[in-house]
Design a binder for this molecule. Structure first.
Ligand code: IPM
Ligand code: MG
Length: 356
C-alpha cells in the first residue's frame, strides 16, 4: 500500500521524537512492502518564527490532503507572548477542528516492565492498568466564545462551554463501539450535579446506551473520577468524557502508568483519516539533549497504522518491538529505574527498529 503522511515535527523535543517514529515507519514499510510518502509542514511555534502565524493556510491544506497526520509536539515559553489567535496551541486546535477530529483516543496501559516507574503503590498497580480514555475533542470550553473585558470596573473573563446533542451523540457512539471491542464496560464522566452541559451529556449518553444493551454504562462525576484513578485504576476500561475533563484526566491516567512519555493518541472523525500524536508536550527544557522518550510518538505511529490504514499486523509488530526493548531493560531517562540501561532518544528509536 502507498500512504501519504503529513508530518509536523513541531517545537521543543518534537523534531527528535518524530525522526525516531519515521525511522520505525520506514522499517515497517521495508518489511511489509509498503510505501509511506511524507509531506512535511510547519505548524506551531516554528511556523510563527518562519511565517508569522502558527497555522499557515498551506499547512492546513496539506493536513486535509493526506491519508493521516503525524505530529510531534508544539509550543514553548518562547511564544508565550504572542496573540492568542496565533499561539502554537491554536494551530493544534485549528487542525483538529478543520479535520473534524471529534474523537480523541488515549490508551493508558501500565507496561508490566515499567511497574516500578508508576508513582502508585504496588498494591494498587498489582491488578494492572489498561484503560482507554475517549475524549471529545472539538467542542466544549475549548471552542466556545472566549472574551475578556471590563465589567463593573474590573477585568472579567468568559469561556463559554457549549455542547449540542449531536456532538455528544457521535462521541458516545464512538465510545460504545470501542467498549464493545474491549470488556463492554463504559464509564461516562461528567459534572451533572453542577453543569448544564453535563446534564445534557448524561441525557444523550443514556439515550445512546439504549442501542448498546450489551455494554454496561455507568456515570461518574469528574472529581470522583480523578480520585478513583489513583485509588483503584483497574476498575476502568473505557472512559468517555468532554474535552476539558478529558484533557485533565488523560494526563492523570498517563502518569499513573509510569511516564507520560510512553502515551500515544489517535484523533479521528468520520472518515479513516486521523491525526496521531503523543499526549505529552514539547518539553523545551530537554529539547536538543537527546533525552526525550520517543515511544509515545512511535506508538502513535502504530495507532495510525491500525486505525487509519487498517494495518493491524504492522501495528502489532511495532508494539511488540517496544515491549521487547523494555523487556531487555532499556529505558529513557523519564522512566529509568535501577538495574536498567539508560538510552537516549535516538538509541531508543534504533533499538526498537532493531526488533522489527
Ligand atoms: C493535549 C494538549 C492540548 C490540549 C493543548 C496543547 C492545546 O494539552 O493534547 O492534551 O489541551 O488539547
Ligand atoms: Mg493535555
Amino acid at each position: 500500500m502507498e500512504k501519504k503522511i503529513t508530518v509536523i515535527r513541531g517545537d521543543g523535543i518534537g523534531p527528535e521524537i518524530v525522526i525516531e517514529a519515521l525511522r520505525v515507519l520506514d522499517r515497517i514499510a521495508e518489511k511489509f512492502g509498503h510505501r509511506f510518502v511524507y509531506q512535511e509542514i510547519l505548524a506551531g511555534g516554528s511556523a510563527i518564527d518562519a511565517c508569522g502565524t502558527s497555522l499557515p493556510e498551506e499547512s492546513l491544506q496539506k493536513c486535509l490532503d493526506c491519508d493521516s497526520v503525524l505530529l510531534g509536539a508544539v509550543g514553548g515559553p518562547k511564544w508565550d507572548g504572542v496573540p492568542k489567535e496565533i499561539r502554537p496551541e491554536a494551530a493544534l486546535l485549528g487542525i483538529r477542528s478543520a479535520m473534524g477530529l471529534y474523537a480523541n483516543l488515549r490508551p493508558a496501559r501500565l507496561f508490566p516492565q515499567l511497574a516500578d516507574a508508576s508513582p502508585l503503590k504496588p498494591e494498587i498497580t498489582r491488578q494492572g492498568i489498561d484503560l482507554m480514555m475517549v475524549r471529545e475533542l472539538i467542542g466544549g470550553a475549548y471552542f466556545g466564545e472566549h472574551r475578556t473585558g471590563e465589567e463593573n470596573g474590573e477585568l472579567t473573563a468568559h469561556d463559554d462551554m457549549v455542547y449540542a446533542e449531536h456532538e455528544i451523540e457521535r462521541i458516545a457512539r464512538t465510545a460504545f463501539e470501542i467498549a464493545r471491542k474491549r470488556s463492554s464496560r463504559l464509564i461516562s464522566v461528567d459534572k451533572a450535579n453542577v453543569l448544564d452541559t453535563s446534564r445534557l451529556w448524561r441525557k444523550v449518553v443514556h439515550r445512546v446506551a439504549a442501542d448498546y444493551p450489551d455494554v454496561a454504562c455507568t456515570d461518574m462525576l469528574v472529581d470522583n473520577t480523578a480520585m478513583q484513578l489513583v485509588k483503584n485504576p483497574s476498575q476502568f476500561d473505557v472512559i468517555v468524557t468532554e474535552n476539558l475533563f478529558g484533557d485533565i484526566l488523560s494526563d492523570e491516567a498517563s502518569m499513573i502508568t509510569g511516564s507520560i512519555g510512553m502515551m500515544a493518541s489517535a484523533s479521528l472523525g468520520e472518515g479513516t483519516r486521523g491525526m496521531y500524536e503523543p499526549i505529552h508536550g514539547s518539553a523545551p527544557d530537554i529539547a536538543g539533549t537527546d533525552r526525550a522518550n520517543p515511544i509515545g510518538t512511535i506508538l502513535s505511529a502504530a495507532m495510525m497504522l491500525r486505525y487509519s490504514f487498517g494495518m493491524s499486523a504492522e501495528a502489532d509488530c511495532i508494539e511488540q518491538a517496544v515491549s521487547a526493548v523494555l523487556d531487555e531493560g532499556f529505558r529513557t531517562a523519564d522512566c529509568m529505574s535501577e538495574g536498567c540501561t539508560l538510552l537516549g532518544c535516538k538509541a531508543m528509536g534504533e533499538a526498537i527498529c532493531g526488533k522489527i
